[in-house]
Design a protein around this ligand. Structure first.
Ligand SMILES: [Zn+2]
Ligand SMILES: [Zn+2]
Length: 347
């Protein structure tokens, strides 16, 4: 499918650091930096008259706090933040939520799963990888050099980049209609990238707030983690694509969690599921011979996987393999080093 011509970015440049772009009356687009390969996250501020509703927040760090102080005094005109709505539980989206709750008494709105996961993962602080996490890495066939390095390193902890979230939140449910920024929004749940991922669809104009469920240019990460090693998030992802695609129209302006706002949603929805179907097809060919999850990187990803992207690549490779396992298409057995070898059943 050649769809590039139909996906358009009305704003070719993101707002500069500390500034806001007005997307529509009462709706501002802001950007915060991230210290990772994907180096930014989009957040949106919805004008409530005497206060703001924020959609997502960026990570918590000294730099983020300083940036937000400037944003609050500048583009947000000194008005308080009365509510934070979370699209999903990932640190780049929830990191500052607790800070806004403490600072302004802001209400927190989220899906129940997002809220539970955010709370749980912020409290779950590890100095070293758990035995379960190490076993998961060995099962994936992790490169021995990277494994040895990770074994003795403090792992990625939510607490390092997220402020604690106080108790008390309002649950968002599929089918809710909520009022924010002078509009009514349908709440629709996505999945696959994060469970119970909130998306908001305006009833009063053409805006869709998509979080990481629908991104332009890059495919949202679909991962399996040591918390649930046999999970099949790719099934959740494909189901969510089907459910959300029904509501997609060409005139909608999609406000994503990363990259630039865009139009052309029906085509993008088809691409987002099509990319994974194509990856599964390549895997089916590759797995006529037995391979580990790590062996599949070159085939699944178009860029080079280095130490910085290795973890994300591994969880995504396992997601594709688990999907084929649940579909009954592959068998797997352990190699001497505990890595699973995966092979297509020959029938
Ligand atoms: Zn995410
Ligand atoms: Zn994100």
């Amino acid at each position: 499918m050649d769809g590039g011509a139909h996906i358009r970015h009305p704003w070719p440049e993101p707002p500069a650091q500390g500034t806001a772009t007005e997307i529509a009356p009462g709706l501002l687009w802001l950007r915060l930096p991230l210290p990772m390969v994907l180096d930014h996250v989009n957040v949106y501020a919805l004008d409530e008259g005497d206060s703001w509703t924020l959609i997502d927040t960026g990570i918590h760090s000294k730099r983020s706090v300083a940036l937000w102080e400037g944003i609050l005094a500048g583009p947000l005109q000194g008005k308080p933040v009365s509510r934070v709505i979370l699209t999903h539980h990932h640190p780049d989206h929830i990191g500052m939520a607790g800070w806004f709750m403490e600072r302004f008494g802001a209400d927190l709105w989220a899906s129940r799963t997002s809220w539970l996961l955010a709370r749980l993962l912020i409290l779950d602080e590890e100095e070293r990888p758990t035995p379960q996490a190490l076993a998961f890495s060995r099962a994936g066939g992790m490169d021995p050099e990277i494994y040895e390095h990770r074994k003795n390193e403090r792992p990625y902890n939510f607490a390092d980049i997220c402020a604690p979230i106080p108790v008390g939140y309002t649950r968002l449910i599929e089918g809710n209609v909520i009022r924010a920024g002078g509009r009514d929004w349908d709440v629709r749940m996505g999945g696959g990238h994060a469970p119970e991922h909130v998306t908001l669809w305006s009833r009063d104009d053409n805006l869709v707030i998509a979080g990481d469920q629908i991104l332009p240019g890059i495919s949202p990460n679909i991962g399996v983690y040591p918390t649930e090693p046999l999970a099949d998030p790719l099934s959740d992802w494909l189901a969510a694509c089907d459910q959300l695609a029904v509501h997609a129209r060409d005139d909608q302006l999609v406000l994503p969690g990363h990259k630039l706002p865009f139009t052309g949603l029906p085509l993008r929805m088809a691409q987002l599921s099509g990319n994974h179907h194509a990856a599964l097809d390549r895997l089916r060919v590759f797995l006529t011979e037995a391979h580990t999850a790590a062996d599949c990187f070159a085939l699944l990803f178009k860029r080079r996987i280095d130490r910085g992207t290795y973890g994300l690549a591994l969880v995504e490779a396992v997601a594709h393999l688990n999907h084929l396992l649940h579909a009954g298409e592959v068998t797997r057995w352990r190699r001497a080093d505990e890595a699973w070898l995966w092979q297509i059943k020959d029938e």
